[in-house]
Design a protein around this ligand. Structure first.
Ligand SMILES: *[C@@H]1O[C@H](CO)[C@@H](O)[C@H](O)[C@H]1NC(C)=O
Ligand SMILES: *[C@@H]1O[C@H](CO)[C@@H](O)[C@H](O)[C@H]1NC(C)=O
Ligand SMILES: *[C@@H]1O[C@H](CO)[C@@H](O)[C@H](O)[C@H]1NC(C)=O
Ligand SMILES: *[C@@H]1O[C@H](CO)[C@@H](O)[C@H](O)[C@H]1NC(C)=O
Ligand SMILES: *[C@@H]1O[C@H](CO)[C@@H](O)[C@H](O)[C@H]1NC(C)=O
Length: 310
């Protein structure tokens, strides 16, 4: 018999205790930027931050809370598989809210930045749960970096992935660079990063960025759900052991820290700061503009047209 013995609210996430076992039972996130559907061992986490799923302070905070909530603990049941998807058919995840790296880089901005990095580290070190990105929309900048930390990526007809930071004078420094090389090969990663190129679903599948490309949204969703349910049949300690072993292929935390340390001075360069301000203007304040929808090409064109500061 299952007896409800207690309820805790962890910043909007509902944890219930059933017969002494703490059961992770998601509702919605604190800021409402991620909603959850729970199905036995599988959780579907749906991003929704209209209009362009900008990765702003609220998305970051909700993702951080969620990642904390799925950390294993004695007598706590966590999901075996998490599927990340999006409520927005045009966007899986957008880029970082660039307002948060405009100088002055105050404590609040630094805290959000650190929380972003903590989210990427949690995706890497949570070995008891498999993370799947179900991508049917743009996945750009920081969004692309978050998804490439995940264990698997599947793509639908609207998928478009790009790390376009080099076009801004920056770099995909939240782990995007070192993960792309092992995933698609060094030479292709060089092409993609150095030239700020994008991948659609079929190309991403060919290069190994996406496990599989599905030509319809329905097929994508049902195939990914089936895969997740299948993984969810098996023991958590087997999932854990497989993830611990294959995680040895990840770049080391030291190398990721070194990458970040090289990034910050770039971000603070006066010409890059001026470019970021210009980007915010050109993108209609990071709104549902043609510029945002046209990334990465619109940003590359802005460089050709001399609109950024050099
Ligand atoms: C829940 O699992 C059943 C099969 O066990 C499946 O048909 C259904 O689509 C799943 N729902 C979600 C939200 O994954
Ligand atoms: C886990 O549950 C068992 C059985 O209900 C109990 O004896 C044990 O003290 C619990 N451990 C923790 C860390 O809560
Ligand atoms: C995983 O990374 C998070 C964020 O950096 C950290 O707080 C946590 O302690 C790490 N967990 C393990 C098991 O290393
Ligand atoms: C996962 O594997 C690591 C390494 O063997 C181990 O330290 C950890 O306790 C395991 N976690 C679970 C929940 O089995
Ligand atoms: C840009 O958008 C933010 C909210 O995302 C708002 O706080 C700010 O006032 C806007 N700036 C301009 C110039 O419209």
């Amino acid at each position: 018999m299952q007896i409800l013995t207690g309820i805790w609210f962890a910043k909007g996430l509902l944890l219930t205790s059933v017969a002494g076992q703490q059961q992770w039972q998601p509702t919605t996130s604190h800021y409402g930027k991620i909603s959850f559907q729970y199905n036995r061992s599988v959780t579907r986490a749906t991003f929704n931050n209209p209009p362009i799923n900008l990765v702003d302070a609220y998305v970051v905070s909700d993702l951080f809370d969620f990642m904390q909530s799925v950390q294993p603990a004695p007598n706590k049941t966590t999901p075996k598989v998490v599927i990340f998807d999006s409520a927005n058919p045009e966007w899986f995840l957008g880029h970082y809210d660039l307002q948060n790296i405009v100088l002055p880089f105050n404590q609040a901005k630094e805290d959000i930045f650190n929380q972003v990095i903590a989210c990427t580290r949690f995706i890497l070190n949570t070995t008891t749960t498999a993370f799947i990105a179900e991508i049917n929309g743009r996945v750009i900048g920081l969004g692309q970096e978050l998804s490439i930390h995940m264990d698997m990526r599947f793509a639908g007809p609207n998928a478009l992935a790009s790390s376009f930071e080099n076009s801004l004078g920056l770099a995909a420094a939240a782990g995007g660079q070192p993960f792309l090389g092992p995933t698609i090969g060094k030479a292709r990663a060089m092409e993609c990063l150095l030239a700020a190129k994008s991948f659609d679903g079929p190309t991403g599948e060919k290069f190994g960025l996406f496990n599989t490309y599905y030509p319809t949204a329905d097929e994508l969703r049902s195939e990914v759900s089936d895969l997740a349910q299948r993984i969810g049949l098996f023991a958590r300690h087997s999932i854990n052991d497989t993830k611990v072993t294959l995680s040895l292929l990840n770049p080391t935390i030291q190398s990721l820290d070194d990458e970040l340390a090289r990034f910050l001075p770039l971000m603070f360069l006066p010409e890059d700061q001026a470019t970021i301000v210009k980007f915010i203007e050109l993108s209609g304040n990071q709104s549902d503009s043609e510029f945002e929808l046209g990334l990465p090409e619109s940003s590359v064109q802005a460089v050709r047209d001399g609109l950024y500061v050099r």
